[in-house]
Design a binder for this molecule. Structure first.
Ligand SMILES: CC(C)(COP(=O)(O)OP(=O)(O)OC[C@H]1O[C@@H](n2cnc3c(N)ncnc32)[C@H](O)[C@@H]1OP(=O)(O)O)[C@@H](O)C(=O)NCCC(=O)NCCS
Length: 446
């Protein structure tokens, strides 16, 4: 008889919660194409096995996976063995004939190493039962980078084309496609390419849903020494212009992300590979841990539609139960949905408010203002207030009222003053519930 392993109810519950919360992402990612690139350094590290397990997991969840690997340290190692100095110009390798031999050797060895790791299926490893077929090939054609600043880059090249049909064919057979940073010219020459460029061009050519760049460090804002959670393409361009001394380990992937987003990839993720489970956290939790770069803002404020009702109810029901907001049923929400404004973050409604016009009074009332507890103190309340104020002005209202039980000071600090109930419009008085004993505040906006 085997004793049951000890697992506390808390850890069990945490696991169940995590699994349930990740299920929308599992559905959303299935059959989507993700291109993941990682540097040659990743292969040298002891925790590379974890990444391989995560790639295998993504494959088994039905994600169409393309892996692009780097080979910089492996090339340097070979050059060193031959007592040759690596040559760089503007942080790009100049690949002469000897260096090209090192490039070919490094690419071959790294590819074989990754294929071997993905083939591992030992019964006592996380890869048990994972039958992964890995396909490599001549998917990338290249041309010489040429001469820049008088420096001839020789066999260093740039991507000229991607055989997207051939890659799609492999992906549709559930194969993982592994691509080295090497390209071939129609005349049979071999070119040394940048892994980020190959990954970006592959993602663009495949119309991939995601380009994921596993980086060697976090994308940090040097002014605040904090990781950047998300940027639009435009913000990423400004960020690079503002921080000219950023490490190449982040500058290069950021440039790749900008190119990718401009060419139509919806989401590019920069994830520091040193965080254990980084890939899974980024893909299967709402906020992730990396830096998301997207052409559209990740979080947007917009008028609500009928499709948003379930999300709004989910947000406001706990506040109604605490008596902070007045109870609203689904029918009332449906009837008044055009009055509502929401903030949506990655498909989830995290804040809302409504502006109801009070007939015959050139006035409105702000109602149902709520920000999800996880996202409070991020100026979202302010954004909603600014939005409704603008809307009130376009509707030619002169004043906006608010009835509040617990948030009086928040509104007072934003220019509202206590209103005289006796002078309030009759249509507002008819909304007033004496049992709630709300404070009435008003702001002139006209
Ligand atoms: C009030 C609310 C909408 C503000 O949203 P938010 O996005 O956190 O607001 P902002 O980031 O723009 O402002 C945050 C500031 O408001 C303050 N604040 C939050 N709730 C407050 C309250 N009830 N009274 C006074 N100040 C409050 C915060 O302390 C913070 O100030 P600080 O940084 O100086 O400490 C949000 O806290 C919420 O949803 N509360 C629960 C629902 C509610 O009360 N709705 C109003 C119904 S009338």
């Amino acid at each position: 008889m085997q004793p049951k392993p000890i697992d506390t109810p808390q850890t069990q519950q945490a696991f169940v919660n995590w699994f349930r919360n990740s299920s929308p992402y599992i559905h959303a990612h299935r059959k989507r194409t993700f291109v993941i690139s990682f540097e040659g350094e990743a292969l040298l590290s002891t925790d590379f096995a974890h990444h391989v397990h995560d790639f295998a997991l993504l494959n088994s969840l039905g994600i169409r996976l393309v892996l692009v690997h780097g080979i910089r340290p492996q090339i340097d190692e070979r050059l060193q063995q031959l007592n040759l100095e690596p040559r760089f110009h503007q942080n790009l390798r100049v690949t002469d004939a000897q260096a090209l031999e090192c490039v070919k050797e490094a690419a071959g060895l790294v590819r074989v190493e990754i294929e071997a790791r993905l083939s591992l299926g030992l019964a006592n490893s996380p890869m048990a039962g994972a039958k992964i077929r890995v396909i490599s090939g001549n998917f990338v054609t290249a041309k010489p980078l040429g001469v820049i600043d008088g420096v001839d880059y020789l066999h260093t090249g740039v991507v000229r084309g991607i055989d997207s049909d051939a890659i799609h064919q492999q992906l549709s057979q559930h194969n993982v496609v592994l691509i080295s940073p090497i390209g071939y010219s129609p005349s049979g020459e071999v070119f040394n390419l940048s892994a980020e460029q190959v990954a970006t061009e592959v993602a663009i050519a495949l119309h991939a849903e995601k380009l994921i760049l596993l980086t060697e460090q976090d994308c940090c804002d040097p002014l605040h020494n904090r990781s950047v959670a998300q940027m639009t393409t435009q913000e990423a361009i400004s960020f690079l212009a503002q921080h000219t001394t950023l490490a190449h380990a982040i500058r290069r992937p950021l440039l790749a992300a900008i190119t990718g987003c401009k060419a139509g990839i919806e989401r590019v993720h920069l994830i520091n590979r040193h965080h254990d489970g980084a890939l899974l956290l980024e893909l299967f939790s709402r906020d992730g841990i990396g830096t998301l770069i997207s052409s559209d803002p990740f979080e947007s404020i917009r008028p609500a539609t009928l499709k948003d009702i379930a999300g709004i109810l989910e947000l406001i029901t706990p506040l109604e139960q605490q008596g902070i907001l007045v109870k609203r049923d689904r029918e009332k929400l449906e009837m008044e949905i055009t009055d509502y404004i929401i903030i949506e973050r990655d498909g989830m409604i995290i804040a809302c408010t409504a502006l109801h016009v009070l007939p015959n009074a050139a006035a409105g009332v702000i109602a149902c203002m709520a920000v999800h507890p996880n996202y409070q103190k991020g100026a979202r309340g302010n954004r909603l207030l600014e939005y409704v104020t603008k809307r009130a002005k376009t509707q030619q209202l002169m004043t906006v009222f608010v009835l509040t039980t617990q948030t009086e000071h928040w509104f007072l600090e934003r220019g509202f003053i206590t209103a005289d109930f006796a002078k309030a419009p009759a249509t507002l008085k008819s909304r007033y519930n004496p049992q709630r004993n709300s404070k009435i505040l008003v702001k002139t906006i006209g």
